[in-house]
Design a protein around this ligand. Structure first.
Ligand code: PMP
Length: 381
């Protein structure tokens, strides 16, 4: 672990994986990396590498079943929801959702436009049917989320879609959106399993793995049985949630490796962390430390998001000039902190502090930020 003295002098002593602040693919827990390393040579109890295991093997069926059981336990998923492991990332869900629940219905789907990723979801939905953007933060540069009194939900909408955590801007909803009677469909790609939530209030939830869950290549979907009944009958098999529900997520060659690592991460969450409630406590402490560093920097660091809507997962901030930001990112890299550059659409700096980023790693980053701020404050004119 670097200290304020060591991080500039001995970067080679660091395990880089512990200091991965990337927006995704992100950090994975040390114990999961070790187990994965072993399984790449030979899966415990099996003869082969995980990379060569058949998706039709009884071993893989057990892996999928355990991943599902762990997610069900961690989130207390009700029995009338399916837990699916799909491919195509969050982006395919932007299309599968309106193809399944909007196309041909003659109804309107409501979307909240709260940042970069919800914008992408809206673009795809518009190809399939009528979309009403209930609220957009675009003119304000996506710095805050809508207040309760700003939204008039339509009780006849086909569904409401929103993004729980805007990964680019670092904005996170801290309360449920929508009205009863209209299915909520939520992209939780960047905060799934980082905190508890009541699954029964959603028609569907989806999250790709490469932030809190595992490597890229698999997307988890929780979908209520009533939603499956709404799907039109003529869809291509791969785009039909029912295909995957009936096949227990092994319809075609499933991403064995990605699902295996996701299973290990869910096991880690249960056994080492002690559940999503515990995870939330740790995540809140990490975020509090980082935002305090920003807030106590006398304006040297400026957070992008309004305080009330700050994300516990992605902390986007600016420095006094682009030149200083460049210098900060260069020095941070030398000091062993990875993945801190802001998203290409926004610039600046973004520290993503997903589940596997430890409080100690955040502490080190904060010390670095304090050091950098103190060293360069005098340069501001
Ligand atoms: N939704 C959110 C909230 C995201 O952060 C991202 C990507 N980071 C996506 C969707 C797109 O996911 P993918 O790259 O897996 O298609």
């Amino acid at each position: 672990m670097p200290t304020s003295r060591t991080y500039l002098s001995s970067p080679t002593t660091l395990n880089a994986n512990c200091f991965n602040f990337s927006g995704g693919p992100g950090a994975l827990p040390e114990s999961v990396l070790k187990e994965t390393q072993r399984a790449i040579r030979q899966v415990p109890g099996q003869e082969l590498s995980v990379l060569g295991m058949s998706h039709r093997s009884p071993w893989f069926r057990n892996v999928v079943d355990e991943a599902e059981a762990n997610i069900r336990e961690l989130l207390r998923v009700p029995a009338d929801y399916r837990v699916l492991f799909l491919q195509g990332g969050g982006t395919l869900q932007f299309s599968m959702v309106p193809i399944s629940f909007l196309r041909g219905t003659g109804r309107v789907a409501e979307y909240l436009h709260t940042g970069y990723w919800s914008g992408k979801a809206i673009d795809e939905a518009r190809r399939e049917g009528q979309v009403r953007v209930l609220w957009s933060g675009e003119n304000g540069g996506f710095r805050h989320l809508p207040g309760e009194d700003e939204l008039r939900f339509d009780s006849k909408a086909a569904y409401l879609h929103y993004v729980a955590n805007e990964t680019v801007e670092g904005l996170q909803f801290h309360r449920l959106q929508g009205v009863e009677g209209v299915p909520r469909i939520c992209d939780m790609s960047s905060d799934f399993l980082s905190r508890p939530f009541d699954v029964s209030r959603f028609g569907m939830v989806y999250a790709h793995a490469q932030k809190n869950l595992g490597p890229a290549g698999v997307t988890v979907v929780l979908v209520h049985d009533d939603m499956l009944r709404r799907i039109p009958d003529n869809l291509p098999s791969m785009l039909d949630y029912r295909t995957h529900a009936e096949a227990g997520s092994i319809y075609n060659t499933a991403p064995v490796f990605a699902i295996y690592v996701t299973m290990l991460v869910t096991r880690w969450l249960r056994e080492e962390i002690g559940g999503v409630e515990q995870m939330q406590v740790v995540n809140a402490a990490k975020a509090a430390r980082l935002y305090a560093t920003i807030d106590q920097s006398d304006g040297f660091y400026r957070g992008h998001a309004a305080s009330k809507d700050r994300s516990l997962m992605n902390v986007a901030f600016r420095l006094p000039s682009e030149e200083l930001e460049k210098k900060f990112l260069e020095l941070a890299k030398i000091a062993g902190f990875h993945g801190l550059a802001g998203h290409r659409s926004l610039g600046g700096v973004r520290a993503s502090i997903y589940n596997a980023v430890t409080l100690e790693a955040v502490e080190s980053l904060c010390e670095f930020m304090e050091f950098f701020g103190n060293s360069h404050r005098a340069e501001i004119v």
